[in-house]
Ligand binder design. Structure first.
Ligand SMILES: Cc1cc2nc3c(=O)[nH]c(=O)nc-3n(C[C@H](O)[C@H](O)[C@H](O)COP(=O)(O)O)c2cc1C
Length: 179
C-alpha cells in the first residue's frame, strides 16, 4: 500500500507531526510539503496535514483537500485552540467537507505552539478570536504525548497495526488539584 504524507506548515509544528506520522507508517511511503503539490493519484492513502487559520484549514490545504476526491484520506492538524474544543471540531469538520468524495478513514489533531508575537497580535484584535485564550497552553506542542495519541489514531484508522516507540519525550501530566 502506497502512503503519501503531505503537509502545510509555515511555523514547523505540523511538519513535526507529519514527520512522526511518516516514521510510524509502514514502507512504500513518501512525504512532501504541500508547496511541491504532490500528485495524489498514484497512492492508496493520502495523509494531509494542515494548520488552523481563521478556524479553518489553511488556504493551501483547502485547495489540496479538494484534489483528493476518491482517495482514502487521513487528516491531521495543529492549532492554537484546545484540542477538545468546539472550534477544533468545526475546523476538522470543515476539512472533511472540503475533502468531498474522499473516504476519510481517520483524523488526528493537537495543539501547536503559537509564537508570542502572534498571540499578542491576535489578542489585540476586536473581537478577539476565541482560540487565543487557549494559545498559551499550546507551548511545547506537539510533544511526545501528542505523538502517542497520533499512534492511537493511526491504529484506529487501520494504517498501522501496533505503535512503534514514539519519538520525543513523554511528559507526565501533573495531577489536577481539587478543592
Ligand atoms: C496567522 C495565524 C492565524 C491563526 N489562526 C488560528 C485559528 O484560527 N485557530 C487556531 O486554533 N489556531 C490558529 N493559529 C495557530 C496555529 O494554527 C498553530 O500555531 C499551528 O500549530 C501552526 O502550524 P505550523 O507551525 O505548522 O505553521 C493561527 C496562527 C497564525 C500564525
Amino acid at each position: 500500500m502506497k502512503h503519501l504524507v503531505v503537509y502545510s506548515s509555515p511555523g514547523g509544528n505540523t511538519k513535526k507531526l507529519a514527520e512522526e506520522l511518516f516514521r510510524q507508517l509502514p514502507d512504500e511511503k513518501d512525504i512532501k510539503p504541500i508547496s511541491e503539490a504532490p500528485d495524489p493519484s498514484a497512492c492508496d492513502v493520502v495523509c494531509i496535514g494542515f494548520w488552523f487559520k481563521g478556524g479553518q484549514p489553511d488556504a493551501d490545504s483547502q485547495k489540496y483537500l479538494k484534489k483528493c476526491s476518491g482517495k482514502k484520506v487521513f487528516l491531521f492538524a495543529t492549532h492554537g485552540a484546545a484540542t477538545e474544543s468546539d472550534l477544533v471540531e468545526l475546523g476538522m469538520n470543515k476539512a472533511t467537507e472540503l475533502a468531498g468524495e474522499a473516504n476519510v478513514i481517520g483524523a488526528f489533531s493537537c495543539q501547536g505552539e503559537v509564537p508570542a508575537k502572534v498571540i499578542e497580535a491576535a489578542a489585540n484584535k476586536d473581537p478577539q478570536p476565541d482560540w487565543v485564550k487557549d494559545a498559551p497552553a499550546a507551548k511545547g506542542h506537539p510533544n511526545g504525548n501528542d505523538f502517542m495519541n497520533l499512534s492511537e489514531a493511526l491504529i484506529k484508522a487501520g494504517l498501522i497495526t501496533k505503535d512503534k516507540p514514539v519519538s520525543g519525550q513523554i511528559i507526565e501530566e501533573s495531577p489536577v488539584m481539587l478543592g
